[in-house]
Design a protein around this ligand. Structure first.
Ligand code: AMP
Ligand code: GLY
Length: 430
């Protein structure tokens, strides 16, 4: 088979890496890819949002199967366009991808299908939004309605902060048109976890759990980012909780989407806050999480290609995935300054030395090649991902890799995975 993967992040490198291990696959293209991906696939210089260009490429190169990484092409309708031309593609339709594309729609679905989530209201008017904040008080969470690369959420501890956040989203348009509407919701205190399932529209197949580290600084402080590191499994998600998440969150959403005429095929990602052992949905995403996919795919023993195909072909029922019992940890190395302004084009050294470490893969995100040099080309640059006999071993191994890799201004958190240690001894279920 010839496979096309769309995207250029750590998630796509992990997908290409896993797909390349399948005996079913002869050739992999990645559009647009990055420096790491170019070592195992052929990069194609087409942006992930150039849907016409991607359709033409797939037809011209007789692509058998396409896998979409990021949310933007999905919300723009890439799956609809490929399917119109009879091309097989993994991911939800434009209509189904709205579950991530519009937080207002996601909240509407949660309310209608009784899925536990934070209490909220949505607003078109900044005055009404501010009045509501004064009424309910702080702490409070202000969210831009549309896509904002994981950054459109502001947690406010004072009324002044909340007023400033509403102004910057609705008037200053810091997230562009994503801020035409805002959601204001109650602040939930608990432990976060990511729960993903494959769905073919009818049946579902859960994948290993994971936990992200959203904030930029150690101890979960500072601005939210796309994710500074992740580990799998997430010990907070016990087997019992996993069943509860399936029954109260995943199944009602998948059957609700069908009832709404938006049948959901692809990966469904629920970002959860676990409050007193009960799950509350913070967000749904219409794609694999990043960086979560990096440690998760390190643990996946089964061939991923038949699973992806059975989702598209509606044959998920009865499918199983084998997981390694060994935990995995991914430490994201970012450009200094991220998630605010940062520089690109810094030469990265030490990649070859890090590669020699056993059970460690350096997934690339924002990297590119200039002649033989690998340089930084984005905010999140690398995902140094390891598998270990236990969490301590996986953490040490990942940080050993990190210590060998250098560039001017490299930044990473030093506490990735630590949260997993005390609980992991009690339960390592998924
Ligand atoms: P979202 O993009 O909606 O997942 O929000 C991004 C991040 O903001 C989440 O991963 C949480 O860390 C935080 N967050 C979002 N909603 C809430 C909430 N209601 N209570 C507490 N934290 C939240
Ligand atoms: N790591 C969070 C996300 O993929 O949305």
């Amino acid at each position: 088979m010839k496979i096309l993967v769309i995207g250029s992040g750590g998630r796509e490198h992990a997908l290409v890496w896993k797909i390349s291990q399948s005996p079913l696959v002869k050739k992999i293209y990645c559009a647009p890819g990055n420096a790491g991906i170019s070592e195992i696939a052929e990069n194609v210089n087409i942006e992930s949002t150039d849907i016409t260009g991607l359709v033409e490429f797939a037809i011209k190169n007789s692509i058998d199967f396409t896998v979409v990484g990021p949310e933007l092409p999905l919300t723009l309708g890439i799956v609809n366009e490929f399917e119109k031309r009879g091309l097989k593609i993994f991911g939800p339709s434009k209509e189904a991808a709205e579950i991530e594309g519009s937080k207002v729609f996601a909240k509407y679905m949660m309310k209608k299908y009784k899925i536990p989530t934070a209490k909220y209201e949505s607003f078109n008017s900044q005055k009404d939004a501010k009045d509501y904040v004064s009424k309910i008080g702080v702490p409070v969470v202000i969210k831009a309605d549309g896509l904002a690369a994981g950054k459109g959420v502001i947690i406010c501890n004072t009324i002044e902060e909340a007023v400033k956040a509403i102004d910057s989203i609705m008037v200053g348009k810091v997230f562009g048109s994503a801020g035409n509407k805002v959601i204001i919701e109650e602040y939930l205190k608990g432990e976060e976890a990511s729960f993903m399932v494959f769905s073919d529209g009818e049946d579902i197949l859960p994948i290993a759990s994971a936990q992200d580290h959203k904030q930029i600084y150690d101890g979960d402080r500072g601005l939210n980012t796309g994710g500074m590191g992740a580990y799998s499994p997430a010990p907070v998600i016990t087997e019992k909780l996993s069943r509860e998440i399936l029954d109260t969150v995943i199944k009602p959403l998948i059957s609700g989407m069908k009832k709404e005429g938006k049948t959901y095929k692809g990966i469904l990602y629920a970002g959860l806050m676990i409050v007193n052992d009960s799950p509350f949905v913070l967000e749904f995403n219409c794609r694999f999480g990043d960086p979560e996919t990096q440690p998760i795919l390190m643990r996946m023993k089964s061939d991923i290609v038949p699973v992806l195909m059975s989702v598209v072909e509606g044959r998920l029922k009865g499918k199983e995935i084998q997981w390694s019992n060994e935990p995995s940890v991914c430490v994201v190395m970012a450009a200094g300054g991220y998630p605010d302004k940062y520089e690109k084009g810094k030469e990265i050294k030490g990649l070859d030395e890090a590669k020699k470490i056993e059970n460690l893969v350096v997934f690339h995100a924002g990297t590119s090649k200039i002649n033989v040099k690998v340089v930084t080309n984005g905010g999140r640059v690398l995902g140094v991902t390891s598998l270990g006999t236990n969490f301590e071993d996986a953490i040490n191994r990942a940080y050993k890799g990190v210590s060998l890799i250098k560039w001017d201004g490299a930044y990473y958190r030093r506490d990735i995975g630590k949260k997993a240690i005390p609980i992991s001894r009690k339960s390592l279920d998924i």
